[in-house]
Design a protein around this ligand. Structure first.
Ligand SMILES: [Zn+2]
Length: 74
């Protein structure tokens, strides 16, 4: 039995809202939580990944994705 794969095609491909390109680079912001702040009670590094257009360096935001995928097109 094959596990069902999510359907990946050009209809759900994210493109840069500024330049329309579809190449992105991930960058990481790291946050340090001391043992007192961390839910696990130990010193923890939290990694927040952001995605930037490889061509124009625009950072992809949730709003960009809402614009691209959730707003009705007219
Ligand atoms: Zn771009």
């Amino acid at each position: 039995m094959l596990t069902p794969q999510p359907k990946i095609d050009k209809h759900n491909q994210i493109v840069c809202p500024k330049c329309g390109k579809d190449n992105f680079e991930g960058k990481h912001k790291l946050h340090f939580l001391s043992a007192l702040q961390s839910p696990q009670g130990i010193d923890t590094i939290v990694n927040v990944e952001r995605w930037f257009c490889a061509d124009c360096s625009h950072m992809i935001t949730k709003e960009d994705l809402d614009d691209q995928f959730k707003k009705p097109k007219n």
